[in-house]
Design a protein around this ligand. Structure first.
Ligand code: GLC
Length: 452
């Protein structure tokens, strides 16, 4: 439904300016793809690049992997422990799952503090689900941060992302850090069989039963992707070449050749990882609300919105969440009642229709830019693997931005149509729910069978 309102001229002009500022044009898309390819090439060759292109020491599964595993999923404010069973016929099921909220003081304290919390959580999960403390059990660890893997079950943390800063962990082998915490808590029957990034878990979990899946993407708190690369293209690889392909964790969140606005610059400057994760700061759920908040604050300063409510409205950094944007953009009612309720909850009552419409449009500017950049990055991977789009490509995607944000998937698909016309049909975006937990278990199974 189109809602027409008469906006004041100054507001209309500013809105036009913002439209241009946030637009990712056809020309931008083509430039980004070109730059993406060049950074991919550099990353695979071991040259300095904003794309780290990290070999994951695993290829896609065959679908016959079997067994029961404990999987840990650490990558945001929620930490999960799961028990996963693989039936060897392409089916995986989660037998039990517990979610633990990580407090800011543990995210940003010492490494021991964070990993003690993790070990305690594992202990209570094992007790609650009557998992024996005597029999050896294999554990798969999805650790969704940039890790330089040195083996299927070993790797050092390069840098923290997504607001984590726990001291003393960067440069350390994450599996050793976890093992030490397990030891401190008296857990001696757990063996870490696999360490994986969430994108790799997502790709592995989806391709366990959808063989055409060749890209794993996360569009959630953070954003990243992985795909299987020919070993011969990974020229920085110094190990034995046992397989033809290996999955590459791109760490695309750090890609830095993108059109940036003054709002983005402010967010980057105030973040604990200034200059890094530039794509993530334009795309992922952790930042979209904050970008919108910066835009609204600017409009308030210019007296173009919420005039009678002063500068105090939405003044708290990161106080506006992507979930709020979902709610605002998803309100299709005539009087925009949901938006009204949201504003009233935030102390803004009796607001006119045009401010509500404007708010909805602002959300769209920020979310559509995110969806267009995500689709552009996926297009870059597809054209890298298959320049003429000869094959079908299923992209397994996990994360609440993709799953829940109204219209996000549709905007991504529009980019494929703009770029590939009829061939866009060859690209399927599929939700890969719980990929990071299930996928890590499959990787552990692959590792266990190759050990045998
Ligand atoms: C961040 C992490 C990356 C992870 C992504 C999604 O970008 O650096 O490893 O895959 O978030 O969780």
């Amino acid at each position: 439904m189109a809602i027409s309102t008469n906006l004041p001229v100054a507001c209309k002009e500013f809105e036009n300016y913002l439209n241009k500022l946030f637009n990712i044009s056809d020309c931008d898309i083509r430039t980004i793809i070109k730059d993406f390819h060049s950074e991919m090439q550099k990353g695979l060759s071991g040259y300095e690049s904003s794309l780290k292109m990290i070999p994951a020491f695993v290829d896609r599964p065959k679908g016959n992997e079997k067994g029961k595993f404990i999987a840990l999923d650490l990558g945001g404010t929620n930490f999960r422990v799961l028990e996963v069973e693989l039936d060897g016929k392409g089916n995986s099921s989660v037998l039990a799952v517990s979610k633990f909220v990580i407090k800011k003081k543990d995210m940003q304290g010492t490494g021991d503090q964070l990993f003690d919390f993790i070990a305690d959580s594992i202990k209570s999960f094992m007790q609650e689900n009557s998992i024996s403390c005597d029999k050896q059990i294999e554990l798969a660890f999805t650790f969704s941060f940039p890790v330089e893997q040195t083996n299927i079950a070993a790797g050092t943390l390069i840098v923290w992302t997504k607001g984590f800063t726990a001291k003393g962990v960067v440069g350390e082998d994450i599996v050793i850090v976890l093992n030490e915490a397990l030891k401190r808590k008296g857990i001696s029957n757990v063996k870490v069989a696999a360490l994986a990034n969430d994108t790799v878990g997502t790709l592995v979990a989806k391709s366990y039963n959808v063989p055409s899946c060749d890209i794993g993407v996360i569009l959630g708190t953070g954003s990243n992707a992985c795909y299987p690369e020919k070993m011969s293209n990974i020229t920085k690889w110094r190990g034995v070449r046992k397989k033809d392909n290996m999955i590459i964790n791109m760490e695309w969140g750090n890609f830095d050749k993108l059109p940036i606005t003054t709002y983005d610059k402010e967010i980057d400057k105030a973040s604990p990882n200034t200059g890094r994760q530039r794509l993530e700061k334009l795309v992922s759920g952790m930042y979209l609300g904050e970008i919108l908040r910066q835009v609204i604050s600017d409009l308030i300063q210019r007296d173009l919105i919420f005039k009678d409510y002063g500068t105090n409205v939405f003044h708290k950094p990161y106080g506006l969440l992507t979930e709020h944007m979902s709610l605002i953009e998803g309100d299709n009612s005539d009087n925009l009642g949901e938006i009204e309720n949201f504003l009233v909850e935030n102390g803004i009552a009796n607001i006119n229709l045009h401010s509500k419409v404007l708010l909805k449009k602002l959300c769209h500017l920020v979310s559509a830019r995110s969806a267009r950049i995500s689709a552009t990055a996926i297009s870059a991977i597809i054209t890298w693997m298959d320049p003429e789009l000869k094959k079908n490509h299923t992209v397994g995607i996990d994360g609440s931005l993709f799953e829940k944000y109204p219209g996000f998937k549709g905007i991504m698909e529009e980019v494929f149509e703009e770029l590939f016309k009829d061939k866009a049909k060859k690209i399927t975006l599929e939700l890969a729910k719980d990929g990071s937990g299930k996928g890590a278990a499959i990787i552990a199974a692959v590792a266990a069978s190759s050990e045998k």
